[in-house]
Write a protein that binds this ligand. Structure first.
Ligand SMILES: Cc1cc2nc3c(=O)[nH]c(=O)nc-3n(C[C@H](O)[C@H](O)[C@H](O)COP(=O)(O)OP(=O)(O)OC[C@H]3O[C@@H](n4cnc5c(N)ncnc54)[C@H](O)[C@@H]3O)c2cc1C
Length: 389
């Protein structure tokens, strides 16, 4: 079970003595993990402090992993950086700023050749989410069987699959980490663990057949050339078994009320499509959809809206704005000016944000929207869904 040493409510000398006896993990083992989590998973670190130290971290503070040890994480809270800081400044921010509080969160198992930091971090996530009554990542094997495959729009390939009986039917954004080079034929050639390639794909929609009770789902994959994810989807023939090793519930609980802004590209459009089919929030959302091919907007135009949104006059025409991305477009500037136009035209303000884009765009936009809307941490979700190499 995770233990916490709190430098404020516990004896400060105790945590300092406790920490001086510890040897941090070598830099090569931890640096990528620390940078990634510190930049992109602030909300999870704040959740650890809330779950294990019973302390809510105010929005004026940020939580950082200050160090990683074999047996746990040292977290510290410090003042939020100014939104205008560059990425380099942000990376060095925690080193430059006085820690406000420190917390040591103990792993379930010691890190060694067989136990990874990632596995221990995911375990902490599961324990913390459970404690706070939130949906958590599940490390479990799931098997789906391909029934059919076709293009849902010019560049979106849809697999129809049968899914395990306990698959969530109404949780928009629920995703799975698929092994995309596993053998799906009947020859079952083993794939060596170091060669395994994994990609997240969202359960675009799930439903249960009333007669057979079989659960069916759609998995929509953006096809953009010769890449492992797209090749896997297109090569998955009827009858093939596809395997996921992790369930990932998307962070969407904040969207149930208030004026929401949804921002997606081809990788997150399946999640937004599912939101719009399941939308019960009395206020219709503003949607910004970015695609490389204008024809992929058909993907949203063709969907069946929730009853709530069907009763909103001209929802698709007035609330969905489409941006066609090109190599010379400054995407985040274009998204920001599109938001400004929507807000001015409709005289509204934004209460909640959910978006998922490419890593550098997501990071830039997250900073810009944070300073623009000053939303609490839990109401401002801007995710990284893919990385440009
Ligand atoms: C929680 C979650 C849910 C997701 N759900 C979906 C989903 O439902 N459908 C879906 O299609 N994707 C989804 N993604 C993203 C998906 O996992 C990535 O698109 C995938 O990693 C890209 O894999 P790839 O094998 O096609 O390309 P990679 O091997 O990642 O990249 C190969 C090359 O393609 C470029 N590239 C990769 N992605 C894009 C892109 N989107 N646009 C332009 N160039 C690109 C890269 O820069 C690189 O040069 C999700 C991601 C997350 C984290």
């Amino acid at each position: 079970m995770s233990q916490v040493f709190d430098s404020v409510s516990a004896d400060r000398v105790d945590i300092d003595t406790f920490m001086t006896n510890k040897v941090p993990l070598p830099v090569a083992t931890k640096i990528k993990f620390m940078n990634h989590v510190n930049e992109e998973h602030q909300d999870e670190l704040a959740m650890f402090v809330e779950a294990f130290a019973n302390t809510k971290v105010g929005d004026e503070l940020m939580v950082q992993i200050a160090e990683v040890y074999r047996d746990g994480l040292l977290l510290q809270t410090c003042a939020q950086p100014l939104a205008s800081l560059s990425i380099d400044d942000l990376t060095n921010h925690h080193a430059k700023h006085e820690a406000v509080n420190r917390y040591f969160i103990e792993f379930d198992n010691l890190i060694d050749e067989t136990v990874t930091i990632k596995s221990q971090y995911i375990h902490l996530l599961q324990v913390a989410s459970k404690k706070l009554g939130k949906l958590a990542i599940k490390q479990q094997e799931r098997y789906f069987t391909v029934v059919d495959g076709y293009y849902a729009s010019p560049n979106m390939f849809r697999l129809i699959v049968t899914a395990p009986a306990d698959t969530p039917l109404n949780q928009a954004g629920y995703a799975y980490l698929f092994e995309v080079n596993a053998d799906t034929s009947n020859t079952h050639q083993p794939v060596r663990p170091q060669e395994k390639l994994q990609r997240y794909y969202t359960l675009r929609k799930a439903w249960q057949d009333a007669d057979s009770q079989t659960v069916y789902g759609w998995i929509d994959t953006y096809i953009h050339g010769d890449t492992p994810g797209g090749n896997w989807a297109r090569a998955s023939q009827t009858g093939a078994q596809i395997k996921s090793v992790r369930d990932y519930p998307e962070k969407v609980a904040h969207l149930t009320d208030g004026q929401c802004l949804l921002i997606c590209d081809e990788t997150s459009i399946p999640t937004v499509a599912n939101f719009l089919e399941e939308w019960h929030n009395p206020i219709a959302p503003i949607v910004i959809a970015v695609t490389n091919d204008a024809a992929d907007l058909d993907y949203l135009n063709n969907l069946e809206l929730s009853e709530q949104l069907t009763n909103t006059s001209n929802f698709k025409q007035e609330n969905i704005t489409h941006i066609v991305n090109t190599t010379d477009l400054d995407l985040t500037d274009t998204i920001l000016s599109t938001i400004d136009t929507c807000l001015n035209d409709n005289a509204i303000s934004i209460d909640k944000v959910w978006g998922a884009l490419e890593a550098s765009d997501a990071k830039t936009l997250r900073r810009q929207l944070k300073s623009k809307f000053s939303l609490p941490r839990q109401d401002m979700v801007m995710k990284v869904y893919w990385r440009s190499f």
